[in-house]
Design a protein around this ligand. Structure first.
Ligand code: SF4
Ligand code: MSK
Length: 636
């Protein structure tokens, strides 16, 4: 590798030289080998939508300015971008569909492995969806909620908005989105519509294409929202839990199983089954039994609901295998590097795929089905125990790095903590402190890692700056992974980095909640789909203040993003009125129309807009400025 640092994660720093010595290639090697990356692709001006192409627009104006069909740079960039939004929406909402179908099975009594763990949450959801749950049998409520959710995938009447989008946003925002024609009526139909309008010879108006993309991004929001809320009903609503994070959570004397991906349907059962199979592991020589750890968002899901330690986040997933101590990595959907099986060939690790639509050559496939979830989980744990027996002790290098992390701040958990100060009006202490300036604003960190940035560095640098400026911080996804790994989800971090007034508020709330100290500096809200939790807190604040979301001193940042899902999330954040920072230059710079729309015109139309800034210090300054502008608008 060249001499620039790959990551600020000490576990990565420890393991990368070992990988290099052993001749094992990682994502950073592949990124370097890929340089220089295609300049046309970087600008978004390459089109492969039909086989008259590929076409590319000359950004310097000397060569072709239109593709063979006549599409210009603006059309090409916009089409490429909104197809990413459609893919992101498809990923999140397919996950949501899977959860809704499982809830339906539970309601119909066909899924014995699952039950409703949080009855009150299910009933609250039913209220929110106007299903009048009072007096109804729990299974009936489950069925009705599942069907109302599945309706968001099947409704044909375009004039009726998706149930979940309508029920979870401010009334003013719902009206605005309807008025702009970007409110989704059916998640699947909106995704199909994007694929249709971007087909050769269709929509060739960049702004119209972007509006179609925004509708797709709002379909993404809808799918994420229902996915999060229904998962809480099935698996429990997260509450604060103290756990640990980083690769030092792997144990030399245990069968180490990593659950990786996004969907809690299988990982929850694996955690249950692993608890029952500790004895088998001990018999195989693992003194400490079975140690389940998480990676990426499946990791976030089990961390916040069960306190399962988080091994690492997206970019360093291969390194979990390079520790030589990982016996099985069980993957479901999304953000799973196809390289895992090649790395695993150098070790004893079993890579186990579980979803029919997500196989990797070289992995063992154990199909997951709701009706045989326990049997699948048992087979997986047995395979991990068998792999453990083949572990080569000489290859074990577990980095001695792990940090305490307090996870599990669902919207309900935040309200519960606040209600310790004011039981009648839990939001009052938060709002009072925003109004009096002790808390300047709220920032939501989301999104992935990307080798274009030093891993975790943008997140950490921006968060420390915002903390100094008394900004309350929430985090999800691999950003949450960063903060968990680096000790910023602790009370000590609040003491060390929070500005004086923020520290005082977090301490007062923490003490009232019986924590004997402040709340953590960054509140862990969960996985990627759980960005909707932050929206529900923001909507509650907005409703209480009687304003729409675009008036709140609320910002979002995805400083190391890479996935299509992150593109969709960032876009719906903008559509909901939130100034949204991205720390990686997006592949849209080849179209002035697209850039101008997303960074400027969106502000007039929706209130939210994108801030593109790769320098983390400057990004923090811009986020603080956006918060101050909002405060000024509110007259506070
Ligand atoms: Fe070229 Fe047009 Fe086909 Fe795209 S759609 S590849 S610009 S001919
Ligand atoms: S896993 S989408 S790398 S946040 Fe949700 Fe992480 Fe980004 Fe995947």
């Amino acid at each position: 590798m060249s001499n620039w640092k790959n990551s600020v994660d000490p576990a990565v720093d420890y393991l990368l030289p070992l990988a290099k010595k052993a001749g094992i290639e990682t994502t950073w090697d592949r990124y370097e080998a890929m340089q220089p990356q295609c300049g046309f692709g970087e600008l978004g001006v390459c089109c492969r939508i039909c086989w008259k192409g590929p076409c590319r627009i000359d950004p310097f104006g000397n060569g072709p300015q239109r593709g063979v069909c006549g599409a210009d740079a603006h059309t090409i960039v916009a089409r490429n971008l909104i197809r990413m939004m459609a893919a992101g929406a498809a990923a999140h909402s397919d996950h949501g569909r899977h959860i809704a179908l499982t809830l339906l099975e539970v309601g119909e009594g066909h899924a014995p492995a699952y039950r409703i763990k949080d009855e009150q949450k299910l009933r609250n959801i039913a209220e929110k969806l106007n299903l009048a749950p009072a007096g109804k049998d729990l299974r009936q409520v489950a069925k009705e909620v599942a069907l109302a959710s599945l309706e968001d995938y099947s409704r044909q009447k375009r004039s009726i908005p998706c149930n979940w989008a309508k029920a979870t946003l401010t009334a003013e925002r719902v009206d605005k989105l309807i008025e702009l024609g970007v409110m989704p009526h059916n998640i699947d139909a909106v995704i199909a519509e994007i694929m249709h309008r971007t087909h050769v010879g269709c929509d060739a108006d960049a702004v119209n294409l972007l509006l179609g993309g925004i509708k797709g991004a709002l379909a993404d929001y809808t799918g994420m929202c229902l996915s999060t809320e229904l998962s809480d009903a099935l698996f429990g609503t997260p509450e604060p839990v103290v756990t640990q994070a980083n690769l030092g959570v792997l144990k030399e004397d245990a069968v180490n199983i990593a659950v990786h991906g996004h969907n809690p349907l299988l990982s929850e059962i694996i955690c249950d089954v692993a608890l029952k199979m500790n004895e088998e592991a001990r018999k195989a020589g693992a003194k400490e039994g079975i140690n389940v750890v998480g990676i990426c968002c499946t990791g976030n899901e089990v961390m916040m609901r069960r306190g399962i330690p988080l091994a690492t986040n997206y970019l360093s997933q291969e390194l979990a295998i390079i520790t030589g101590a990982l016996d099985a990595m069980v993957v479901d959907v999304q953000c799973i590097m196809p390289a895992l099986t090649s790395v695993a060939e150098c070790f004893h690790t079993e890579i186990i795929t579980t979803m029919a639509e997500n196989k990797i050559t070289g992995a063992t496939h154990i199909e997951f089905r709701e009706d045989s979830a326990v049997e699948s989980a048992q087979k997986i744990v047995e395979l991990a125990i068998e792999a453990f027996k083949k572990r080569d002790k000489r290859k074990v290098n577990i980095p001695d790095y792990k940090q305490t992390a307090i996870a599990g701040f669902s919207a309900e958990a935040i309200m519960a903590v606040l209600s310790k100060i004011d039981a009648k009006d839990p939001l009052k202490p938060l709002i009072d402190n925003i109004v009096n300036g002790n808390i300047q604003g709220i920032a939501l960190f989301a999104g992935c890692n990307n080798p274009r940035a030093i891993q975790d560095n943008n997140f950490i640098t921006i968060a420390k700056e915002l903390a100094k400026n008394n900004v309350l911080m929430l985090a999800t996804g691999c950003g949450a992974g960063t903060f968990a790994k680096t000790g910023l989800m602790t009370q000590e971090a609040t003491e060390a980095y929070a500005g004086e007034s923020l520290k005082a508020v977090l301490t007062a709330i923490g003490k009232a909640a019986g924590l004997n100290g402040p709340l953590p500096l960054v509140l862990h809200m969960g996985s990627c789909v759980d960005n909707s939790r932050a929206v529900s807190v923001a909507v509650a604040i907005a409703n209480k203040l009687g304003v729409d979301l675009d008036k709140l001193p609320l910002v979002a940042s995805a400083p190391e993003f890479m996935s299509e899902k992150a593109v969709a999330i960032g876009t719906w954040a903008v559509a909901l009125g939130i100034p949204t920072h991205i720390g990686i230059v997006p592949q849209i710079m080849g179209s002035s129309v697209v850039v101008e729309f997303l960074t400027e015109k969106a502000k007039d139309l929706l209130g939210g807009y994108f801030i593109v800034e790769t320098n983390p210090e400057q990004a923090a300054a811009k986020l603080v400025a956006a918060i101050k502008e909002r405060r000024k608008g509110l007259g506070i």
